[in-house]
Design a protein around this ligand. Structure first.
Ligand code: UD1
Length: 382
């Protein structure tokens, strides 16, 4: 007797900020949907041990079913490689997936969504609807394109729903599911705290600032990066700074000859950190200074002040309801905020609906509800 193979659902991850989003989704789907084969595709956009493998180990993400090895390249080349490799994978494996799930806003997200949609495979986008309204950010292009072609738009904060409505998206394509990255945070926080990271680094909790910088607009331009480095040097006179350095930023600091402008006694530079180590430091920091997207959300959940060195954010709820402030390039404003943090008068932030550790269950529910009937129909006709 031959058994028909189970319906397939394909999850795609490619870069560091994707891994903490796919972890709870794959865990939940594999636990609750025994009728489904849930596959994981790693595009290989990020490939360094510290940018990729360590997240798989710590977050218990299963080995990818396939590793596309696209690596680093210009936007066009990287996007094209993901499209070509992912399309080939979808064409050479059977049965045709009932759906593809992409997360976040990196090049792999958009490329995989394009490849799947063009093959007539429904796509769900997790973290849909976020908009910075700044088209010079590569992520904004990725968000707009992915949302325009995905069938299911799974939203993490109310601005996502409002943006999609304004763009004329049919409401039945949109579901509010909350923030899946917070699922991972909730799951990992006890283990992160147990690491006692401040003690390991010889600092006291709430007596250091944590810094991350990697946006092209901040680090690829010598003048912009030079200004930020001088600013960090100023901040570090008041508070000890811990700075895990993204590979892009490390390369630029050295290329632009800026390495020596940071006093190594006051600014501790580290290799990119694994998930738990980073979470532990965020949780223990007096404040975080960053240009990351995800860190704005994680600090809001933790109630830790976050100063975002950008002019705009696609995650406005972190500013209106959370602990985030956009400080752009305004150094005087930044020092004013740091003063408020020190004196205890800085805003505390509120709980955000749907940022509760249960987003993956809501996502799984929507996916099964929407796609299971297709799987049943395909079996009946096939
Ligand atoms: C990408 C995402 C960004 C996300 C960031 C998190 C896009 C457009 N950008 O930016 O949204 O916030 O990931 O890290 O998708 N490199 C390594 N090892 C690696 C990966 C990258 O050395 O494992 C270096 C390479 O020199 C590479 C550079 O970092 O050229 C940039 O990598 P890339 O994936 O193009 O973009 P990120 O800046 O990491």
């Amino acid at each position: 007797m031959t058994h028909a193979s189970p319906p397939r659902l394909v999850l795609v991850a490619g870069a560091r900020p994707n891994f903490m989003k796919v972890a709870p989704i794959i865990r939940t789907l594999r636990r609750d949907c025994a009728w489904l084969r849930v596959e994981l595709v790693h595009t290989g956009q990020h490939y360094d041990e510290g940018m990729s493998a360590v997240f798989f180990e710590q977050l218990g993400i299963p080995e990818p079913d396939v590793y596309l090895k696209v690596g680093s390249a210009s936007h066009g080349v990287q996007t094209g490689r993901v499209m070509a490799e992912f399309e080939a994978y979808l064409l050479t494996t059977t049965p045709k997936p009932i759906g593809v799930v992409v997360v976040g806003d990196v090049n792999s997200t958009m490329a995989a969504a394009l490849a799947a949609t063009k093959l007539g495979i429904p796509v769900a986008h997790v973290e849909a609807g976020l908009r910075s309204f700044d088209r010079s950010m590569p992520e904004e292009i990725n968000r707009v394109v992915t949302d325009s072609i995905a069938d299911l738009l799974l939203v993490s904060e109310p601005s996502g729903q409002e943006n999609l409505k304004r763009e004329g998206v049919a409401p039945e394509r949109v579901r509010f599911v909350g923030n899946v990255m917070i699922d991972t945070l909730v799951h990992e926080l006890p283990a992160a705290r147990a690491l006692e990271m401040p003690a390991r680094l010889g600092v006291k909790a709430k007596q250091f600032a944590l810094v991350t910088l990697h946006r092209p607009s901040n680090v690829d331009d010598p003048a912009a990066l030079g200004r930020l480095v001088d600013f960090l040097a100023d901040v570090s006179r008041d508070v000890y700074v811990i700075f895990p350095v993204h590979p892009r930023t490390r390369a630029r600091l050295s290329e632009f000859g800026l390495d020596s402008r940071l006093d190594a006694q006051r600014v501790r530079r580290l290799e990119p950190l694994a998930y738990r180590e980073m979470l532990a430091l965020m949780d223990a920091a007096q404040f975080v200074l960053t240009d990351s997207g995800g860190i704005q959300e994680e600090t809001t959940f933790l109630g830790v002040p976050c100063l975002t060195v950008r002019e705009c954010t696609e995650r406005p709820i972190t500013v209106t309801h959370g602990t985030n402030t956009l400080v752009g390039g305004d150094m005087a404003h930044t020092f004013e905020i740091i003063g408020q943090i020190r004196s205890g008068s800085y805003k505390r932030g509120a709980r955000i609906p749907g940022w509760d550790g249960c987003a993956a269950e809501r996502i799984a529910h929507v996916l099964v509800d929407t796609w299971r009937p297709n799987a049943v129909a395909a079996r009946q006709t096939g």
